[in-house]
Design a protein around this ligand. Structure first.
Ligand SMILES: *Cc1c(COP(=O)(O)O)cnc(C)c1O
Length: 432
């Protein structure tokens, strides 16, 4: 690979200065691996759980064991992790429709949710497409404060509720917004305060639901019910995708919804049908990959986190604004780099693509992606279509030309992707 001595030198410095930080990340991965292995042992995972099922999937022991393992790892009462969930957005849709009824209000307390949820919530333009709005479910949002959730405003709104607020919705990761990512602790505190405010004002407690995408395994616990760490402060449902962190780069597809017994039961009825719930569903040979993915996930997430730290270091050394900063602690795997020019952003994505295992010979071009107002350029050289636990980057072609970077199945390959991105950005600048 063509990578200049100057860039390789910056990476050497980064690794020297980040030794302690990388050791801390390894420590988190080890604790999480222990949690995963404990859950496997407690559920007595064995080769027979890999046996595929067909049709209704009745008696699929592996499917049921995965649900139980996942709930244990997340320290929750119940839940499911299945290949029949096609994406994060699908998982979130299942969760929201499971808990909300006509006349209820969905209250987002982290400002505007992830882009793809806009049509799920519904807009005036698309009010007849089966969105929440189409079913008479109202939506409100509370903007975030500087340093996290505006808990005072949330409590005030819950206190005024006549019981209509059925779901309080929290997005853990900043996603594609410029705001801080929430820590597990901040999420727990909010859940606790919401329940307290509801109890004090005699309002039924809303379900607290977390979009957990990109956050899994970046800390040593998830924001669920956990008797060990103040069970009452756990959330009712955490939701995410298996082609991100918890799939460990091994799951071919899937998602999860995990939390309290009641919320998980309702989510199961929505995923399948009332009455059947989680007792059916063919696993079609995916059980092995999902279990192997959970086994790898703590390690893989650590690889992605180190890759993100390295990217922040290298690009900030080259003079580009980055967020989070190279030494900032993280609660998700997303890194942004502000390239400042169209050539910079395209060069960045081309560099990432050129060091990917798949389609490394193609050069990404900006394109008009459905649902986006500006053309988008993306690098995605992954084994699994759309997987973003694998090294990937994208960004809208508008000021200030920010690249969103995430993933990296191995630190070594992640590092090479970052160094190639730096090389291509500098090349583009020089030839301009
Ligand atoms: C990726 C993501 C989603 C949606 O997941 P898809 O699998 O792309 O549908 C939702 N919320 C957040 C914060 C995400 O990062």
């Amino acid at each position: 690979m063509i990578i200049s001595e100057k860039i390789r030198k910056i990476a050497d410095n980064a690794e020297r200065e980040m030794r302690d930080l990388f050791a801390d990340i390894d420590g988190i991965a080890e604790k999480n691996t222990e949690r995963v292995l404990d859950a496997f042992r407690e559920e007595q995972i064995s080769e027979s759980h890999f046996t595929p099922s067909t049709g209704y999937g009745y008696g699929d022991r592996g499917r049921d064991a995965i649900d139980a393992v996942a709930a244990r790892i997340f320290r929750a009462e119940a839940g499911f992790m299945r290949s029949s969930v096609i994406s994060g957005t699908h998982a979130l849709t299942v969760g929201l429709f499971a808990l909300l009824r006509p006349g209820d209000t969905l209250l987002s307390v982290t400002g505007k949710p992830y882009d793809t949820l806009e049509e799920v919530i519904g807009t005036e333009k698309t009010a007849d497409n089966g969105s929440l709005l189409d079913f008479g479910i109202h939506y409100e949002q509370i903007p975030m404060a500087e340093d996290g959730i505006d808990v005072a405003a949330v409590k005030e709104r819950v206190a005024r509720s006549g019981g209509e607020i059925k779901v309080v919705f929290i997005q853990r990761s900043k996603g594609y917004l410029s705001r801080p990512t929430l820590t597990v602790r901040q999420i727990r505190e909010t859940a606790y305060e919401v329940r307290k405010a509801a109890a004090e004002h005699g309002v039924p407690a809303p379900f607290v639901v977390v979009d957990n995408c990109y956050g899994e395994f970046t800390e040593t616990s998830e924001p669920c019910f956990d008797p060990g760490v103040g069970g009452e402060a756990g959330v009712d449902l955490v939701i995410g995708s298996l082609i991100k962190n918890p799939g460990g780069g091994m799951a071919d597809t899937g998602g999860y919804l995990i939390g309290s017994r009641r919320a998980a039961e309702l989510a199961g009825y929505r995923l399948c049908c009332p009455g059947v719930g989680l007792d059916a569903g063919a696993s079609l040979g995916q059980n092995r990959n999902i279990l192997k993915g959970l086994f790898y996930a703590p390690h893989t997430v650590a690889q992605a986190m180190k890759t993100a730290h390295l990217a922040a270091y290298v690009f900030s050394a080259l003079g580009f604004p980055v967020d989070p900063g190279p030494f900032d602690r993280r609660s998700d795997i997303i890194q942004t780099v502000r390239l400042g020019t169209p050539e910079g952003l395209v060069g960045f994505c081309r560099g990432i693509q050129s060091a990917s295992p798949i389609d490394s010979h193609v050069a990404p071009e900006p394109w008009d992606m459905p649902g986006y107002s500006d053309p988008v350029v993306m690098a995605a050289g992954a084994f699994v279509n759309g997987s973003s636990i694998e090294l990937s980057a994208d960004g809208p072609m508008r000021e200030p030309y920010t690249a969103f970077l995430q993933g990296g199945l191995t630190y070594e390959s992640g590092k090479l992707g970052i160094l190639r991105a730096a090389q291509c950005v500098l090349d583009n600048k020089e030839t301009k």
